[in-house]
Design a protein around this ligand. Structure first.
Ligand SMILES: [Zn+2]
Length: 574
């Protein structure tokens, strides 16, 4: 029964794939002209040999030729569009293997305070947004940084000056503080007499009045009054997300936390033909319910399936984050007694859930950050394999911030894909000031051990975790190589032994992601027979210093041979 199901699933996956061809010798059919030919390019194919080429020809959205300029001419007919690359780089379009597109899209439509350095800039942004959106009942946004304000404590009076008539709610970049104006506090009924909630703090001024900043759970006093997101909000967020993602060369997204609302938005776009990325969705599992939640997940998978949408994954949160000591670690955090964080599932319940999901043919996608959560996850996936037999499941663990060295080889032996967010391995203040002191030097050596996992022979995929961090794959690629913040310039690398090279970093965002999504026969490399999911970059990444990679720009993004993004000023050169 299970085998029959898996067989059916695989049959569905390969529908639409081209008939297998002898890749190296794809011959032109006499008289066939290509729709599109790229010439004089630095074409990095990411094929099995990591071969380079100069020219690529596309017919009907599919790559039919990859090779030398001299051999490309026979594909050029009177109606062929010839793209003169003039040495610019052609790559397979990028995959993001862990991303929250709709959240990122919605953020981008609200007040976006990321990267603003002074209170004046922040307030100007809020004022401009409010003026441009007179009908918004609430002014909502995110991205202000704690150090921008004295004692990380911005006041409601600052916001009252720019938006006196409507409530304002603004998340700090880390999501652990919120900043509101007087109107929002009034709507929420938060006054001098409101006590702090058990896991939160209402910041107060000298006279005991709420001053405008809300820490942790205190923000819920206001968020519960925010208007609920509508289907229209989700769809608008998706439209914005696709525009942004396509602009960074992304055409395949592994949605890391799908709700029914987000699945409905993807399905609606897919039905309209406006879904300009392949979406592989991991549906969020209710871990409190555990095995009892599986029938609901099966039903959602059945209901939301389309040309570019599949919901064949299930997302499990195994633990929290290291910075707040909610990640589950094997040895106690230093200086906090015997606190070892918290696992969201008891080991036995976790194993039972993994066995049940695996038996239903789901791909299991786990958020696990601490070494204890990672070990328990590997144990649960091993239990699934033992109970159901080994199959081509491609279960994966995302984030993987602290892997115990004893567990490194288990990714390969269990066939579990390591899904890293390489941008985080940048040695920033979160790592140096929060993470390293609570782990100590010995354990900190095993933070973001991408090189060790890679060298163990495991399959690897890369993702951004946007809207948490930058969605630009070039940022992630750079940090994987440099272990420095992209804006930091040259200097010593943090934990240099875990860096990888450019070929491995590109593979993580292309063929590695395709493997994770079960689409490696269709996309992820530039080979005859595959879909023309392609990007043009303004420079060859192999010809520039690694700390300049984030400056490279995507000029053109194609999905199945059709333009989904074109940079201003880019022309085909003919
Ligand atoms: Zn995430």
């Amino acid at each position: 029964m299970r085998r029959a199901f898996v067989g059916l699933l695989l049959a569905l996956l390969v529908v639409g794939a081209a008939p297998r061809k002898k890749r190296a010798h794809a011959r032109p059919t006499p008289g066939t002209a290509a729709d599109l030919v790229f010439k004089h390019g630095a074409v990095y194919t990411v094929d099995a040999a990591r071969r380079w080429a100069e020219a690529v020809a596309v017919v009907n959205g599919r790559i039919v030729f990859v090779g030398r300029d001299a051999d490309a001419s026979r594909w050029i007919g009177p109606k062929t569009r010839v793209v003169e690359l003039a040495g610019r780089m052609l790559l397979p379009a990028f995959h993001d293997s862990h991303v929250h597109p709709i959240d990122g899209g919605i953020d981008s439509l609200e007040v976006d305070l990321h990267g603003l350095a002074t209170p004046a800039e922040v307030l100007a942004r809020v004022r401009d947004y409010a003026a441009a959106h007179p009908d918004a009942a609430w002014v909502r946004g995110s991205g202000w940084e704690l150090p921008t304000f004295p004692n990380a404590n911005p006041t409601r009076e600052l916001l009252d000056e720019v938006v006196p008539d409507r409530p304002v709610f603004l998340w700090a970049m880390d999501g652990h503080s919120a900043w509101v104006n007087s109107k929002a506090l009034a709507i929420a009924g938060v006054t001098k007499d409101t006590p702090d909630p058990p896991h939160g703090r209402i910041e107060r001024n000298a006279s005991g009045e709420p001053s405008g900043a809300l820490r942790e759970d205190a923000s819920e006093l206001v968020t519960r009054h925010l208007p609920k997101r509508t289907a229209k909000d989700y769809s608008a967020g998706l439209v914005a997300a696709l525009r942004i993602a396509n602009g960074f060369g992304l055409t395949s997204l592994q949605e890391a936390r799908a709700s029914e609302e987000s699945l409905a938005a993807y399905a609606a776009a897919d039905a309209k033909g406006t879904l300009t990325a392949r979406i592989f969705a991991s549906i969020l599992c209710d871990t409190e319910k555990g095995v009892a939640d599986v029938p609901r997940l099966v039903e959602l998978r059945r209901r939301y399936r389309g040309r570019r949408l599949r919901a064949d994954g299930v997302k499990i949160f195994a633990d929290g984050v290291l910075e707040t000591r909610t990640a589950a670690v094997l040895q106690p955090y230093l200086g906090f007694g015997d606190d070892r964080g918290k696992l969201n599932l008891e080991p036995d319940a976790y194993k039972a859930l993994a066995v049940a999901l695996d038996a239903q043919g789901f791909q299991i996608h786990v958020h696990a950050i601490g070494d204890r959560a990672i070990r328990e996850t590997l144990d649960a996936l091993e239990a699934a394999r033992t109970a159901n037999g080994a199959r081509d499941a491609r279960h994966h663990i995302a984030h993987l911030e602290l892997i115990d060295p004893a567990d490194v080889p288990r990714f390969r032996t269990l066939g579990v894909v390591a899904n890293f967010q390489p941008f985080w391995a940048n040695g920033d203040e979160y790592i140096r000031k929060l993470t390293e002191p609570e782990l100590g030097p010995e354990r900190s050596r095993w933070l973001y051990s991408i090189r060790s996992v890679h060298d163990s022979g495991a399959a690897i995929a890369f993702g951004s975790d946007w809207d948490v961090s930058s969605v630009n794959p070039l940022d992630g690629i750079e940090v994987a190589i440099t272990h420095r913040e992209p804006s930091a310039g040259p200097g010593p690398a943090w934990l240099p032994e875990e860096r990888i090279g450019l070929p491995e970093a590109i593979a993580g965002y292309t063929i590695g992601g395709a493997y994770l999504d079960f689409t490696e026969r269709e996309t992820g490399s530039i080979e005859a027979g595959k879909a023309a999911d392609l990007i043009v970059l303004d420079r060859n990444l192999f010809a520039i210093p690694p700390d300049r990679i984030h400056e490279a720009k995507v000029l053109w993004t194609l999905l199945e041979g059709r333009e989904v993004y074109r940079a201003e000023g880019f022309s085909e050169g003919r």
